[in-house]
Design a protein around this ligand. Sequence first.
Ligand code: SF4
Ligand code: SF4
Length: 368
Amino acid sequence: MQAQGPTPEIRGLNFSRDRIYAARRAGSMLLLTLYVGRACNLRCPSCFIEDDGRPELPPAVRREVLRQAAALGALSVRVSGAGEPLLQPDLLPLAGEARNLGLDFVLYTNGTVIGEDSLARRLHGRDGPSLARELFNLGVSVVLKMNSRNAAVQDRLAGVSGAAPLIWRGYERLLEAGFAAPRLAVETIISRDNLEELPELYRSLRRDGVTPYFETVLRRGRARGGAGLAPEPERVREVFYELLRIDEAEFGRTWFPAPSFVGFFCTELLYGVMVDAGGTVYPCAGIGAAVGSVAGGGTLEEVWRSSPLLRSLRAVEEHIGGRCRDCRHRGDPCFYGCRAEPFIATDDPFGDYEECWHGAPRSGGDRE
Ligand code: SF4
Ligand code: SF4
């Protein structure tokens, strides 16, 4: 039985426990998350982006931020959007710049530009299949957002009618270009809409040789309060155990089931930081507490070294509260769950992670 490591099987995001702790000891960054723009052609109800609306960083400044991250030790840049990154015409040059700096480049995309030739030609001067091949040749890893194999459900979860065939064609074209794990993952939210089909979707991704990246709804942005998307907690838990059974029985893989990701843990607060489209720096995509800015001459190093919040999040063991504090899974295998959820609920990133079914017993009995 193959036991999964702490991080997802995606090149650029896959760090061993030893590497994570070594980076933390050395004060090094491993991962920069960079939002490259706000334009989006979908309206996913699960989108948790909340943006402060500052002017977008020009391409030259984005490239400078990559250089600063590399100088701080970063091995990867994850490019995502407060929108769809492939709508940015400078996306391919940015990936080339990352490669020149020795950084892995992980692209989160809804796939529609790859699936729609006219869009791909207008933005990147080539059709969808050529765009997929160019991303492959640049060494990019792709995380494709795909939530369903049912057109009505997929359209609803993309917020746009007619999105499904473009997303699915984007997926097929990535496979045809040679993408597979660890350079291709499919990101799927666990929602009320797709709950019943998740086991089959998970299996089909494994059979395609693609990393399934299934996650719970983060209650922020459009998904604030769950927005009718999040299933009952008991159903979420059942899905995790069902997918674990599938992995163990059919694919010889095992992992520890705990939210918010199926098969791996959030570790990135120990070694990462996020820069939004306007240059504001946050601990991660979900914790909306600004810790500085790289716009107007600010540097990433200044923020990385001096922010009290970043420093305390990297020393999570010293500050953790709630049930995680006494949980027998803390530290190994789990890195204390999603710290954004407690922050959203209480303004305290070290507070109780309500969504987790593990942890110290509460009055009334053990939750496990
Ligand atoms: S703390 Fe939560 S929102 Fe932030 S990176 Fe981890 S899982 Fe994502
Ligand atoms: S209670 Fe906290 S430490 Fe324990 S498994 Fe859940 S998130 Fe991880």
